[in-house]
Design a protein around this ligand. Structure first.
Ligand code: INS
Length: 535
C-alpha cells in the first residue's frame, strides 16, 4: 500500500498539472489541447475490464428474461400442484423487490469495500440463487431463490455501470457503459432462446434457471485477477496501484504519462477535498466511523445543490426508463401476442427481445457521437407516436382482456390487419426505446462527483427497480380494468412528460471527464453551457 505523499515520486515522471476545478466554465482551451481521448483508440485492457464487468449485465438480462418461459413450463413440479396466480406474481415480483432493497446499500458497500468486491459478492448470490431455484421442489424455495437473484441483480446493476464509468476514458465512456446494456439485452435474447429450447423437455425449467450460475462463476474467476477502479483506489489511499491501472488503461495514448497525470490530478483533487471534509467530522466512536461517513455522504448528496441536481436527473431518467412501460413487453409480450391470436406467441416475443438487442447495438455505435441528451430528444417522440398508434390499433379491435387467461370476444374480428399493426408499433417502440431510454439512464455514474457517486448511483438504481416493480405489478390489472388502449395512452403520456423533463434539466455529458461534470451542475442544470460547448 502506498500513501498519497509517496505518489509524486512514484507517478509518471512529468510535472503534475492543475486539476480541473469546479468552475462553471468547466473545460478550458488547455484541457482541449491536452485531451487524451480524442485522437487514439483505446487498448485491449479497457475492453477486457469492460467485458468482464459487463458479464453482470448478461446475468441481469438472463435472470430477468427467463421468468416468462420458466412460469409456463413449471407445471405441477413445485409443491405437487399447479402454480396459482399469487405464486406467479410472487415469483415474478420478488426479484425486482429485492433488487430495489439491495441497490441503495450497494452504494455504501461499494465505497467501503470497493466496486470489484461488490461484483464478486453479487456473483456468489447469482450462483446461489440459480442453484436454489434449480434444485427446489417447493414454491416457497423458488421464491427464496428468485429473491436471492434479486439481491444479486440489484447490486450488480448499481455497481457495474459505476465500475465501467470509472475505468473508462472520457471519450469512450458512453460506449463502454452501453456495452453493459448490450449484454443485458443480449442476456434477455439468450434467456428467450434457452427458454424456448428447454420448454418442451420435462423439468426443462430447472436447466433454464440453473444455467444462470455459469456466467456468474466465470465472472467470479475473471474478476479475481482484475483490478479495482483507479478512482476507488485513490479514494482508499492506494495511489501507486491507481497509477499502474491508469497507465494500462491509457497505454495506447500517444502522451500516456502526461494524460495519466492529468486524470490523476483530477481524481486526487476530488479525493483530497473529500478526505478533508471527512476529517473535519469524526465519529465519537471509531467503530461507527463508516456509519458516520455514510450519513455525511447522504447529507452531501441531498444538501449540496450540484449533487442534488445530479440525483434528480439520474432518478428521473431511471424512473422514466421503467415507467414508459417497456418491461411490460419483456414480461408479458407472450400474453399480449397470445391474446392477439398469433400462432406462436413465444417466437413473436422474440422479435421484441431481438429488436431491443439490435437497437442497443446501434446506440453503442452512436452514443458518444450523437450525445446522451440528443439521443433521448430524438427517440422519445418516436416512442410516443408508436404507443399512440398502438393504442388506436387496440381501440379498433374488440378485445375483452381477462386476467387468466385473456379471452376474445370475437375471434373473427381479431383476424384483421390490426394485430400485425400492433406488432409493428411495438417493434418501433422497442427500437426507439433501445436506442435511447434503454441505455442512457445507465450512464448515471457520470453525473455524480466521487464522494457521492456510488450512493447516488445506488439510489438511482433503486428508482429503476422500484418503477420496474410498479410496472410489473400494474400492467395486467391496467389492461383489464382500463383497457389496452388507455394503458398504452398512459405510457405515451409518461414518455411525453419525460421528454419535457429531459429537455429542461438534462445537460449533454458526452466527452466530459468524470471530474468535470461537477462544474457543469454546480450552479444550475447546465443545459445551456453543455449545448454551447457542443458534442
Ligand atoms: O437497460 C435495460 C434494458 O433496456 C432491458 O431490456 C430492460 O429490461 C431493463 O429494464 C433496462 O434496465
Amino acid at each position: 500500500m502506498t500513501s498519497r505523499e509517496e505518489l509524486d515520486t512514484s507517478g509518471p515522471n512529468v510535472p503534475l498539472l492543475a486539476p480541473t476545478d469546479a468552475s462553471p466554465d468547466f473545460r478550458d482551451a488547455d484541457d482541449e489541447a491536452l485531451d487524451p481521448d480524442l485522437s487514439y483508440s483505446e487498448g485491449w485492457f479497457i475492453w477486457i475490464l469492460t467485458f468482464s464487468a459487463g458479464i453482470s449485465g448478461l446475468l441481469f438480462g438472463y435472470d430477468t428474461g427467463v421468468i416468462s418461459s420458466t412460469l409456463v413450463t413449471i407445471g405441477s413440479d413445485l409443491s405437487n400442484r399447479p402454480l396459482t396466480t399469487i405464486d406467479e406474481s410472487l415469483i415474478t415480483s420478488c426479484t425486482s423487490l429485492f433488487a430495489l432493497i439491495a441497490s441503495p446499500f450497494t452504494g455504501v458497500l461499494a465505497d467501503k469495500y470497493g466496486r470489484r468486491r461488490v461484483i464478486l459478492v453479487a456473483d456468489i448470490l447469482f450462483a446461489l440463487g440459480a442453484v436454489t431455484q434449480a434444485f427446489t421442489s417447493r414454491v416457497w424455495w423458488m421464491i427464496v431463490g428468485r429473491s436471492i437473484v434479486g439481491l444479486a441483480v440489484g447490486s450488480a446493476s448499481a455497481v457495474t455501470p459505476l465500475y465501467i464509468a470509472e475505468v473508462a476514458p472520457s471519450h469512450a465512456r458512453g460506449r463502454l457503459v452501453t456495452i453493459m446494456c448490450l449484454l443485458i439485452t443480449g442476456g434477455q435474447v439468450v434467456a428467450y432462446v434457452v427458454g424456448w429450447l428447454f420448454s418442451q423437455k420435462s423439468g426443462g425449467w430447472r436447466w433454464i434457471v440453473g444455467l444462470g450460475a455459469v456466467p456468474a462463476i466465470l465472472q467470479f474467476a475473471v474478476l479475481l485477477v482484475l483490478p479495482e477502479t483507479p478512482r476507488w483506489l485513490i479514494q482508499a489511499g492506494h495511489d501507486s496501484q491507481a497509477v499502474a491501472v491508469l497507465t494500462r488503461i491509457y497505454q495506447n495514448c500517444p502522451e500516456c504519462d502526461r494524460v495519466v497525470n492529468r486524470v490523476l490530478c483530477g481524481i486526487r483533487a476530488e479525493a483530497t477535498q473529500e478526505t478533508e471534509e471527512m476529517d473535519r467530522s469524526k465519529a465519537s466512536n471509531a467503530n461507527l466511523q463508516w456509519l458516520h461517513d455514510a450519513s455525511q455522504r447522504t447529507q452531501d448528496l441531498f444538501y449540496t445543490g450540484g449533487n442534488r441536481r445530479a440525483l434528480i436527473i439520474a432518478m428521473m431518467l431511471q424512473g422514466l426508463q421503467q415507467l414508459c412501460g417497456f418491461n411490460s413487453l419483456m414480461y408479458f409480450s407472450g400474453i399480449i401476442f397470445k391474446t392477439l391470436s398469433f400462432s406462436s406467441p413465444t417466437l413473436t416475443s422474440l422479435t421484441v427481445a431481438v429488436t431491443n438487442f439490435l437497437f442497443t447495438l446501434l446506440a453503442f455505435a452512436f452514443i458518444d457521437r450523437i450525445g446522451r441528451r440528443r439521443i433521448l430528444l430524438y427517440s422519445i417522440p418516436v416512442m410516443v407516436l408508436a404507443l399512440c398508434s398502438c393504442a388506436i390499433s387496440f381501440s379498433s379491435i374488440d378485445i375483452a382482456w381477462g386476467s387468466q387467461p385473456p379471452t376474445h370476444q370475437d375471434d373473427a374480428e381479431n383476424h384483421t390487419i390490426y394485430p400485425l399493426l400492433i406488432l409493428f408499433c411495438l417493434t418501433v417502440y422497442t427500437a426507439a426505446y433501445a436506442f435511447g431510454l434503454g441505455n442512457v439512464p445507465w450512464q448515471q455514474s457520470e453525473l455524480f462527483p466521487l464522494n457521492v457517486r456510488s450512493l447516488g448511483s445506488g439510489l438511482a438504481t433503486a428508482t429503476n427497480w422500484g418503477s420496474n416493480f410498479v410496472v410489473g405489478l400494474t400492467f395486467l390489472p391496467m389492461m383489464e380494468w382500463m383497457s389496452p388502449t388507455w394503458t398504452f395512452v398512459i405510457y405515451a403520456g409518461v414518455c411525453a412528460v419525460g421528454w419535457v423533463a429531459v429537455h429542461r434539466i438534462y445537460p449533454e455529458m458526452s466527452g466530459l471527464g468524470l471530474e468535470e461534470v461537477k462544474g457543469l451542475l454546480a450552479n444550475g442544470w447546465g443545459v445551456k453551457e453543455s449545448l454551447r460547448r457542443g458534442v
